[in-house]
Design a protein around this ligand. Sequence first.
Ligand code: NAP
Ligand code: ZN
Ligand code: ZN
Length: 348
Amino acid sequence: MPTKAFAAPSATAPLGPLTIDRREPLPTDVEIEILYCGVCHSDLHFARNEWGMTVFPVVPGHEILGRVTRVGSKVSRFKAGDTAAVGCLVDSCRTCSSCAGGLEQFCLEGSVFTYGGPDKHSGGVTHGGYSERIVCDEAFTLKVPAGLDPARAAPLLCAGITTYSPLRKWGAGKGRKVGIVGLGGLGHMGVKFAHALGAHTVLFTTSEGKVADGKRLGADEVVVSRDTDAMARHTGSFDLILDTVSADHDLNAYLALLKLDATLVLVGAPPGPQGVSVFSLLMPRRNLAGSLIGGIAETQEMLDFCGKHGIVCDIELIRMQQINEAYERMLRSDVKYRFVIDMASLKA
Ligand code: NAP
Ligand code: ZN
Ligand code: ZN
């Protein structure tokens, strides 16, 4: 099916219209008319080939929420008219130890990411949510709890799961002091989740103008990270710090804030290496870790958690045609706190 989309034709050209092909739904497929798609910083890294793995043209977008229009004959969990969502994954081998353990993002055969991945059906690459519809296997399609505003729920599919998963794995909760570094799309969800899980939540930001918002979003304390005295007051005091920063920065400054055996988890993905002094880890014994999105079952768990606690994202709704300007603002850390594309603008 010819499908309207927006794509980056090369690493240096702006995104513009492109018609892509979506397959006719197979027996286990769900066809979704996309209503909203969040704009993740990974979309920008990918569109500009900052990670060196992009196949052009690329149609970014992996925070996809829409309305089911058709389902294949074997689909049992969705019907036309339902609200449904697709995140960063559209397929995996489904049998390896990672997949069997609900960690499809670490499939040993290679996860199929929503855009820029090998499309088993077309033989080409997968195309993401900056498009009018998507066709996705039921097993990788998520249910959206009733009551969540659909535009504000869309970014949960990446920003939500990417912060929820490590906060759960490393035990953010009551009696724990948890730091979130960077108040962007991921960071603002990290603050909301850490707060909802009952942790003493501290936001680190480079933007003085975000201090009040940090507190409103659920931080117990906000530290402007350029203030070295304010940073020093937290030395050796954190159980966990989640770092969402998209650009080069000093990890040692955050490692210094960890207690014995505490962990700095990187989810932000700056393209270049980030220098770590071995002594930041040795004294006292500390951990440095990474985390990548979350599996399908955990993504559903996160959505259900949001439904139960009324958690959605703080967004700025934009038209598809504003995407290049939105990328520039994202690079200036000027997003409050996620751009979401109103996909009706693509059809207009
Ligand atoms: P975003 O909305 O642009 O937020 C990034 C934030 O980082 C900014 O708002 C800013 O916060 C801070 N920041 C930016 N440049 C900085 C610098 N030079 N030094 C210090 N802080 C800086 O981006 P996002 O969508 O949240 O994504 C963040 C990163 O996570 C990206 O690299 C993205 O690719 C990656 N990501 C990873 C995963 C995963 O699975 N691991 C999933 C999704 C995204 P302040 O203004 O508060 O300082
Ligand atoms: Zn993302
Ligand atoms: Zn697998």
